[in-house]
Design a protein around this ligand. Structure first.
Ligand code: SF4
Length: 246
C-alpha cells in the first residue's frame, strides 16, 4: 500500500486529529508504519444456539427477507416494543460479504429506522472507508431491533428474544466475515463475559457456518475515547487481512 493510500485511510478514520494533538508527523508515520497484525489462530466460539428456552422454535428460521422484515416490524416479543418509535431492522447490500453487527438502536436510529446514523454512524462509515468499503457495500444490523429506553444496556432476556432475528439475517446473507462492534454485541454473539480488549485481535467464528468474526470497539465508544482509535485501526486492518485470507 502506498503512503498516500495509507494517509487517505487514516484521514477517513479521523486519526489525523489525534495525531496532530500528540506529536505531529512522527506519530502519523509510526501509525501508518505499524505492521498489519498477523491473523491469529481460529478461536472457536461456543456457537451455542442464541435462542433461549422461551423462543426455542422461532418460526422466522424459515422466513425470507420480506417476511423477516415484516415479522420484526410487528414484533412485541419483549418489553422494548412498548417504548420504541419503530423497529430498526438493518440496512445494506443483501449480497454483502461483510456484515457489521452493533448493539441496539439509539435515539437517532429509533427516529430514522436505520442502524448507525448520527455521529456514531458517520464514524462507522469512516472506519469502513478506512479499509476500502463503502457503507452501501456492507450489511449493517444490531443484536436488538428496538431501542432500550435511555440507551441502557439490553437485558439478557431481551437480547435472547431478539437474537433469532439476527440469526436469520445471517443465514440469509451468508457473509464472508462479521465485524462486531462493541461489548454488548460481542458478548451476545460469542456467549462470553469477556471485554472487547480481550476479544479483539482474534479470529472467532459464528454459527454452524463458522463465519469468521472479528471484534472491535463501538464507534460511540471511540467518540468518547478517541485515544482508542488507533486500536480500532489495528482491528480494521486485522479484519481486512482475515477477509483477504478467505
Ligand atoms: S427488541 Fe427484538 S424481540 Fe424485543 S420487541 Fe423489538 S424486535 Fe421484538
Amino acid at each position: 500500500m502506498s503512503s498516500a493510500q495509507r494517509q487517505e485511510y487514516l484521514n477517513a478514520l479521523g486519526l489525523q486529529t489525534w495525531t496532530l494533538r500528540t506529536s505531529g508527523a512522527a506519530v502519523a508515520a509510526s501509525i501508518a508504519a505499524s505492521p498489519v497484525p498477523t491473523a491469529g489462530p481460529l478461536v472457536e466460539s461456543a456457537a451455542a444456539p442464541a435462542v433461549g428456552p422461551e423462543v426455542a422454535a422461532p418460526r422466522e428460521a424459515a422466513y425470507d427477507w420480506p417476511q423477516l422484515r415484516e415479522r420484526v416490524a410487528t414484533c412485541t416479543r419483549c418489553g422494548l416494543s412498548a417504548t420504541r418509535t419503530q423497529t430498526v431492522f438493518g440496512v445494506g447490500n443483501l449480497q454483502a460479504e461483510w456484515l457489521v453487527v452493533g448493539e441496539a438502536p439509539g435515539a437517532d436510529e429509533d427516529r430514522q429506522g436505520e442502524p448507525f446514523v448520527g455521529r456514531a454512524g458517520q464514524l462507522l462509515n469512516s472506519m469502513l472507508r478506512a479499509i476500502g468499503l463503502a457503507r452501501e457495500q456492507v450489511y449493517i444490523a444490531n443484536v436488538l431491533k428496538c431501542r432500550p429506553p435511555q440507551n441502557r444496556d439490553p437485558l439478557p432476556k431481551e437480547a435472547g428474544q431478539c437474537l433469532p432475528f439476527l440469526d436469520r439475517q445471517i443465514a440469509l446473507l451468508r457473509p464472508k466475515i462479521m465485524l462486531v462492534v462493541g461489548r454488548i454485541a460481542a458478548q451476545n454473539l460469542l456467549h462470553t463475559d469477556a471485554k472487547v480488549g480481550t476479544l479483539r485481535q482474534q479470529v472467532h467464528t459464528f454459527g454452524p457456518a463458522h463465519v469468521p468474526l472479528v471484534v472491535t470497539y463501538h464507534p460511540a465508544y471511540l467518540l468518547r475515547s478517541p485515544a482508542e482509535k488507533r486500536k480500532a485501526w489495528e482491528d480494521l486492518k486485522f479484519a481486512r487481512e482475515v477477509f483477504a485470507r478467505g
